[in-house]
Design a binder for this molecule. Structure first.
Ligand code: HMG
Length: 447
């Protein structure tokens, strides 16, 4: 079977940066450690006044096409995953295609375009759609572009404000991919939940503490479903495990439960038994509460073991580096985690060709998805081409007052946005250019 997967990726961060420890925490009267240690975040990315989900997505897709030497005719699908759309009918992918057509001679008139919605898991679902389209043989040798783009803002004063971010990831999905091949095996954990939603409003309604529990419950279901088709998984099977990362502290919780699950009935559990005992088994308890207490006590001990710490440092920590600097990008977040892990491996001189990743996506509302990926021989070249560090280093650092202003600009209030002064100067990129006569947003390329 021909390999199908991710051929290349690009990321585009919002051009503004809010330092959480130095700027945000003091203004909120909170300890910087809540951010840097508790949530695991150092900074959030925000879009400048002329940036939005379309410009970030189009700029990422443009760099992707340029780098891969692609013309519009090479692309048979453009799917956008977002939770920050500004139109209930016209998809963001049409705006992005319109931007790209400003800089290419050809057009995307024969490409199928759409928009996917399921909170943060929609980016992964769009990759699935492209994968299935290629596997079904309907692609005519063409490739698909998936863009996951979001401005992840919370209402001021909401606890989620600490985890904000903005950016886009563009992914090229094709046969014989250069980066990773996707496994046909998948696992899902899905249920009707009301942990985080945006009922026709720009800022989400969030039950933050509950959302953490729902994430863990759905992820566990997805792992079990994945194992039912893949077979049981063990920690050593995967070199990196990129998770959806609303903030690194969330992944810290998910990774610990995942490790406990994967080590059950393995030699690792046996080796750890002398130090911390064996995992409590449900059937040994009459009382549910007693079982929960026992499992929680075991998990606390497991977290302190060198075995767990070493696995976490190798397999999880590298996936969190970019997230710490940018915050939550909703649909793009798990794809940032993959890039981060591969980039760290490249910088450490590791050869990952043929190695496996286990990818855990999640969207509130709620659904988790698990699949495996195999790293392809072209991965080093692909990752080396990224300019992530340059983008992060050149962000303009905003004060708390500037943050409040930019937060107002991006709450979809046209008056505020129309008068907004920009903090940076656009250069060779698509920018927002006001509204047209039917209320559509307009864009132009600044050369
Ligand atoms: P909070 O109440 O502001 O924070 O809300 P907290 O008091 O729980 O503190 C956070 C952590 O920092 C805790 O660690 C504290 O102990 C620690 P934990 O106990 O959880 O391990 N802490 C400190 N550590 C060291 N020194 C200190 C210190 N102070 C505190 N001085 C909450 C946290 C996550 C609820 C909030 O940020 C929130 O509502 N976030 C938005 C929702 C969210 O991100 N949920 C995650 C799961 S749902 C999801 O991922 C989907 C999502 O991406 C949306 C989608 O799918 O579309 C959100």
């Amino acid at each position: 079977m021909t390999a199908v997967g991710i051929d290349a990726v690009e990321i585009r961060t919002g051009k503004l940066e809010l330092d959480l420890a130095e700027t945000f925490a003091p203004a909120k009267g909170e300890s910087p450690e809540k951010y840097t240690k508790g949530l695991g975040l150092h900074a959030s990315s925000f879009p400048d006044t002329y940036e939005d989900i379309v410009t970030m997505g189009a700029n990422a897709a443009h760099r992707l096409m340029e780098r891969k030497g692609l013309e519009p005719d090479d692309i048979g699908r453009i799917d956008v995953a977002t939770e920050s759309a500004f139109d209930n009918s016209k998809p963001v992918s049409t705006y992005i295609a319109g931007c790209l057509e400003q800089v290419y001679d050809g057009d995307f008139h024969h490409a199928n375009k759409g928009e996917r919605k399921f909170a943060c898991v929609a980016g992964t679902q769009s990759i699935d759609d492209a994968y299935n389209w290629i596997r079904a043989g309907r692609h005519r040798g063409r490739k698909a572009i998936v863009v996951a783009t979001d401005t992840a803002l919370y209402a001021r004063g909401d606890p989620g404000e600490a985890t904000q971010g903005a950016g886009a990831v563009a992914l090229l999905i094709s046969e014989d991919p250069d980066l990773v091949e996707l496994s046909p095996e998948q696992g899902f954990g899905s249920a009707d939940e009301t942990d985080f939603l945006k009922p026709n409003q720009q800022f989400p309604s969030v039950d933050g503490k509950r959302s953490v529990q729902v994430y863990l419950a759905r992820m566990r279901e997805a792992v079990e479903d994945f194992e039912s088709v893949w077979g049981e998984i063990e920690p050593g099977d995967f070199t990196l495990v990129p998770f959806h990362t609303p903030f690194p502290g969330m992944v810290r919780k998910a990774a610990l439960l995942g490790f406990r699950h994967m080590t059950r009935n393995t030699h690792i559990e046996e080796e750890l038994a002398e130090e911390i005992g064996r995992q409590p088994r449900h059937e040994a308890f009459d009382d549910e509460e007693a079982f929960r207490d026992a499992i929680s006590e075991y998990t606390d001990k497991l977290k302190e073991t060198d075995t767990y710490a070493a696995w976490y440092d190798d397999v999880i920590e590298p996936t969190l580096t970019i997230s710490r600097q940018v915050g939550n990008w909703y649909t793009g977040s798990v794809h940032v985690a993959r890039i981060s892990g591969l980039k760290q491996a490249l910088e450490a001189g590791e050869d990952l060709t043929g190695e496996r990743l286990l990818v855990g996506s999640y969207g509130s509302g709620a659904q988790a998805e698990i699949h495996a990926e195999t790293v392809q021989p072209g991965w080093e070249e692909e990752i080396a081409e990224l300019n992530v560090d340059e983008q992060l280093d050149s962000r303009y650092s905003i004060s708390f007052e500037e943050y409040e202003h930019i937060h107002d600009v991006h709450n979809h209030d046209t008056d505020t946005q129309a008068d907004a002064e920009e903090f940076t100067t656009p250069d060779e990129e698509f920018v927002f250019d006001g509204w047209g006569r039917m209320g559509e947003r307009k864009y132009r390329y600044v050369g």
